[in-house]
Design a protein around this ligand. Sequence first.
Ligand code: ATP
Length: 474
Amino acid sequence: MGNSESIFLRSVNQKSLEETRQLNKILRLIIDSSYDAIFVADENAVGIIMNEAYTRITGVTPEELIGKNMQELVDQGIISESVTLKVLKEKRLVTIVQNVKGTELLVTGSPIYDENGKITHVVSNLRDISDLNRLKSELYETKVLTKKYLDEIEDFKQKEGARLLLDGVIAQSKEMMQVLHLAKKVSQVDSTVLLQGESGVGKEIFANMIHLNSKRSDKPYIKVNCAAIPEKLLESELFGYEKGAFTGADRQGKPGYFEQAEGGTLFLDEIGEMPLDLQVKLLRVLQEYEVMRIGGTKTIKVNVRIISASNRNLEELVEKGEFRKDLFYRLNIVPIKIPPLRERKADIPPLAFYFLNKTNEKYDMNKHFHIDVIHRFEAYEWPGNIREMENLIERLVVTSDSEEITVNDLPGIFNLHSENRIKEKTLKELIEEVERKAIIEAMLEHKTTRKAAAKLGISQSTLVKKMQRLKIII
Ligand SMILES: Nc1ncnc2c1ncn2[C@@H]1O[C@H](COP(=O)(O)OP(=O)(O)OP(=O)(O)O)[C@@H](O)[C@H]1O
């Protein structure tokens, strides 16, 4: 009987031991699976438990912490101050911002009491706030820029007529702020302006802005696309003709664009396409501000402000002899270069959301982007610039099957691995492009700068600096 009783007792003890072991294991798993760092010290401020997240976030190993008194760690400079010591001293829950090996952490220490009200342990919960701080400073920077941008745009919209045309001009990057600023300045004077930039960057929008904000805004604004009008016709369209000047001519004769724009602005788009012999005639007009209609005998004085634009590099055309140097200098009194979209990445998200809203409204839809789509947009080169983005977004909104537009809806060229025009780039551009792609991929996969930096084999601060330089916001 006694024997069977002791067997019974032993089995009960073994069972509770097994249960305790299981419970311990589960507790350990719970602590280790926490995304935030957890650290437990005893009543003497000696470290007894820490989880994996603690090492991941701070780089401090169990050897450095377990069995060590927190005062020792403060003295060694491993931690800036100890929440455990504060909790033990103040006998209450304490939250501090702690610096552990250079990482800023938000730490909350909670006391655990025994039945006599004595503290037996302090449990600390640590959260990495360097990302939060980076986001905060980026948000601040963006807010400042947005305010500046809004002010500039508001200034531009002062005139009633401008309001309609300029609603929906998106500019958030520093690069575009500078262009806006320059455009605003030149709109106040009559100087001849040459807008240069790749196709679809917004040259026409800037020409509109300059006219609408000038003293000439209530006078005619004539736009001429030099590439779209046949060579022969271009001359008569620009300078006009007298009656009977050529067969097919209007019987009454016709004033040209220069005369029609009297008092206002003439916008000569795609000026690089103008034939050389017409360039000579244009130069003559610009020297004297006098035109002579085709078939005419007398000159007519004109008061016109000239804005021209080209998506071809006019300096190169001059070197190749395809564009007259003297005309180039005449037109290039105030040069405004509009950077391509890939050089002002900060404009990509606001432009994308602007076009999304615009298309949703147009088709009475309610599509939205998965955030990765925006990241892919930021990594893409946009050879067709804003026009390409506008067209793509309209296509995506109209053709995507579900409410959410995802990376799977994007054309293959948006694949982060696609090679883009290697031959056309400098080594610096190529390196930056590879860096950008690697960083975006690492950030998309690992979510935090700490993990992404580890994956990329660089320090977190180097990664953050690179992200700032490359204007990557994830
Ligand atoms: N900052 C902007 N905000 C919103 N839309 C823009 C912006 N810049 C350009 N767009 C839009 O992108 C398209 C192309 O712009 P625009 O025609 O001004 O470019 P461009 O440089 O004159 O092109 P091209 O050289 O081919 O004539 C237009 O539909 C325009 O409304």
